[in-house]
Every structure is written in structure tokens, then in C-alpha cells.
Write a protein that binds this ligand. Structure first.
Ligand code: PLP
Length: 404
């Protein structure tokens, strides 16, 4: 008789964003006269840049012609894209990563969720708290997280690394030794970053204890400050302890198009086994490649025009971030983030917890944000707003919040 994977049944409630979606839909249905402004989910709103649209058009033409038609893509991605990534995202920044260490995929969420598969179920994970919920949830599904404590909202076998106002929202080395360390900088949801010296400490620590860092750099394009690293491979020794995840969603607006990549250096070995080979095997077995036309669109991200257009797009969102940050400060909120990331992290006022503040803001200002507790126990009294809305909506949302 079939049995389900009962690890799934251990997952508490719904995925954060479906809960928010349901609450907002219910409110909107009950108040059709109200204009609700959504600064909650981290989805982009600007259309794809012209250089990307043009690459898509040409690739579509190629697919309609027998001489240039492409079928299955190479398992690890097309050479043209892997070369562009290796050159622009790594070698131009002085990082020693080659094209054959890059695995093209259809986005960072899948890779962030799937990467745990190549590790033993006995491995203990450490996560920033708060952080993107996919890391913990996918380890729960794999049976790696122990028992759930409902009151504390924590798993017994997960090492939580609190990122709080006291430590500048940067995690400290944990007391217990983890096997897998998920780091996400710039961080979702806090928008915080670490300096290169701080990241070097993590790399040294991982090499010392034999842990693997899974470094999620999905928001790297938003970094504006000099000493903030764009890649973990800027640190000495990262080739022997770190995997890096990238997305084209936030730097280039591919949330609907879908493209990402994972870097696994060939020197990265666990118990003498090269992780590159394991991930290549997994990719080859379970994945048939990102669409050709999308990989061509990805290549255009690195063209001269593409780079210029995307710089403007990121600047558009960061203008929103600055507006939110300043507006909330003027309104007396305690805020951080928004400088190297499109996320603003604020303390819920008046002793409210994050879901109370969510309801308050939805009902009183018709503005949707994301409750911090959805990202981990240390987010309990915090709230995330995103800069991914239109400028007009951002301005209106801040005016409404100020008027409360
Ligand atoms: N990693 C982080 C930290 C994210 O916040 C997100 C999306 O919000 C992703 C990965 C997912 O990216 P993608 O759209 O490439 O799946």
C-alpha cells in the first residue's frame, strides 16, 4: 500500500505567501471600494528590458526555422550562457570560477530547495533567522530537521542563527557545529549584508569544521556599498567549502521567465567526494534544462545594452527603497535594510507582533507587507516591505502609513 512522505505533514501551516494571499483576497473581496497596495511579496513589477525582449524575439525566430531549431538543451546549460556568467559574474570580479562549474537552471528557488538532496539526511543545517523560508521547509520535507516546537516555532535539529538589531542583522558563528550553513546576503527579509571580512570568517570557519556553505546571492545586483561582497568566491578558500546560488529574477525581472544558476567548484569535496559530480548527476537525471529562448534572454543580460538597461531598472527599485526607508524614519519607525537590497525591515510599532501589524496595516492603510515571523522566530516583531512596487504606489503607500 502506498504511503505518503509524512515529513510533508510536519510542515506547519501553509507556505507564508499563500497565507498572505488568502488574507488579502478576503479583505479585497469584502472591501471592493478600497485600493490595496501590495508591498508584500518579492515579485518585480517593471517589464523586461528591451535588450532581453529583442534576444527573446530572435531566439523565437530561430526555433521556427529548421536550420536553427534547438531541441533539448545541454544538461548543464548552453556554453554561451555559462561563458557569459563565468566572465561577468566571476572573472571580471577577480573570482576563480570557470564556465564548467556553472549549472544553469530555471531559478534559484528550485536549486535552493533541491541542493539538500546531495547531502546525507544526517547532516545538521544552520540557517540565518530570519531568512527565506525555502531552506528550512525543504529540509523538513527531507526529514532532516527533527521535531517542531509549535510555541517557539523552531525545529529541534536546526541551528538558528539569530540576526537581530543587536548584531546588526548579521549572524554569529554558532555554538553547535553545523554540516550545512545557509547564508543569504543581501538578506531576504532583513536587507542586511555582511562585509567581505565577515564573510571570510564564515569561509574560514566552514573549512575548519568541514561544513559546506550554501550561499544565496539572489539580491547581489542591489549591492551599492564598496566593502560588501557580491560573491562568496571573493573570499580566500571558498572554492573548497561553498556552493553559490544565483537568480535572474531580481536583477533582470525574470520572475515569470525563469532562469538561475548554481556554482559548484570542482575543488569542493565532502568525505573525498566531489559535489560537482553529484549535482551534475542529479541535474542530468531530474532536469532537462532551461528553455533555449530563455537562456538567450539570459545572455542578453550581460550585453552592453542589457547591462545599462538593467542598471536603470535596479536604480528604479532602489529609489523606491530609499523612499520607503526615509518615509518610515520620518514617521518614527525603527528601520533597516533598503541600501544594498530591495527590502526594508521595520520593527512593528506599539508592541504589536508581526501578524497584528500585518492586519493593522491592511485594514487601516490598505497596504500589504510581509510579517517577519514568517521568516523565522527572530522576525516575530518585525515586518518586511519591498521596493518592487511602482514608484507611484510606493509614494502612496508611504503617505498612507505616515497618516496613520
Ligand atoms: N533566493 C532568495 C533569497 C529569494 O528571496 C528568492 C525569491 O524571492 C529566490 C531565491 C528565488 O528566486 P527565483 O525566482 O530565481 O526562483
Amino acid at each position: 500500500m502506498a504511503k505518503v512522505n509524512d515529513n510533508y505533514l510536519k510542515l506547519p501551516g501553509n507556505y507564508l505567501f499563500s497565507t498572505i494571499g488568502k488574507k488579502v483576497s478576503a479583505y479585497a473581496a469584502a472591501h471592493p471600494d478600497k485600493k490595496v497596495i501590495r508591498l508584500g511579496i518579492g515579485d518585480v513589477t517593471q517589464p523586461l528590458a528591451p535588450a532581453i525582449i529583442s534576444a527573446l524575439h530572435s531566439a523565437v525566430e530561430e526555433m521556427g526555422n529548421a536550420a536553427t531549431f534547438r531541441g533539448y538543451a545541454p544538461d548543464l546549460g548552453y556554453e554561451f550562457l555559462r561563458n557569459a556568467v563565468a566572465q561577468n559574474d566571476y572573472r571580471d570580479r577577480g573570482c576563480d570560477i570557470s564556465a564548467d562549474e556553472i549549472f544553469i537552471s530555471d531559478g534559484a528557488k528550485c536549486d535552493a530547495g533541491n541542493i539538500q538532496e546531495i547531502f546525507s539526511v544526517d547532516n545538521r543545517i544552520a540557517v540565518c533567522d530570519p531568512v527565506y523560508p525555502v531552506y528550512v521547509d525543504t529540509n523538513v520535507m527531507a526529514g532532516r530537521t527533527g521535531v517542531y516546537d509549535k510555541a517557539a516555532e523552531t525545529w529541534s535539529d536546526v541551528i538558528y542563527m539569530p540576526c537581530t538589531a543587536q548584531n546588526g542583522f548579521a549572524p554569529e558563528l554558532p555554538d553547535k557545529t553545523p554540516d550545512l550553513i545557509y547564508l543569504c546576503f543581501p538578506n531576504n527579509p532583513t536587507g542586511a549584508t555582511v562585509t567581505k571580512a565577515q564573510l571570510q570568517e564564515w569561509v574560514d570557519y566552514a573549512n575548519r569544521v568541514g561544513a559546506v556553505i550554501i550561499y544565496d546571492a539572489a539580491y547581489e545586483a542591489y549591492i551599492s556599498q564598496e566593502d560588501v561582497p557580491h560573491s562568496v568566491y571573493e573570499c580566500q578558500g571558498a572554492r573548497t567549502c561553498a556552493i553559490e546560488l544565483h537568480s535572474f529574477s531580481k536583477n533582470a525581472g525574470f520572475t515569470g521567465l525563469r532562469l538561475g544558476y548554481t556554482v559548484i567548484p570542482k575543488d569542493l569535496k565532502v568525505g573525498g567526494v566531489a559535489l560537482h559530480g553529484l549535482w551534475a548527476r542529479r541535474h542530468g537525471t531530474k532536469y532537462n534544462g532551461a528553455p533555449y529562448i530563455v537562456q538567450r534572454a539570459g545572455e542578453a543580460v550581460y550585453s552592453q545594452e542589457g547591462k545599462a538597461q538593467l542598471k536603470e531598472q535596479v536604480a528604479y527599485y532602489m529609489r523606491n527603497a530609499a523612499y520607503i526607508l526615509e518615509g518610515l524614519k520620518e514617521a518614527g519607525y525603527t528601520v533597516s535594510g533598503g541600501v544594498n537590497a530591495p527590502y526594508i525591515w521595520l520593527k512593528a510599532p506599539g508592541g504589536m507582533n508581526s501578524w497584528e501589524f500585518f492586519d493593522y496595516l491592511l485594514e487601516r492603510a490598505n497596504v500589504v507587507g510581509t510579517p517577519g515571523s514568517g521568516f523565522g522566530p527572530s522576525g516575530e516583531t518585525y515586518f518586511r516591505l519591498t521596493a518592487f512596487g511602482s514608484y507611484e504606489n510606493t509614494v502612496e503607500a508611504i503617505a498612507r502609513i505616515k497618516a496613520l
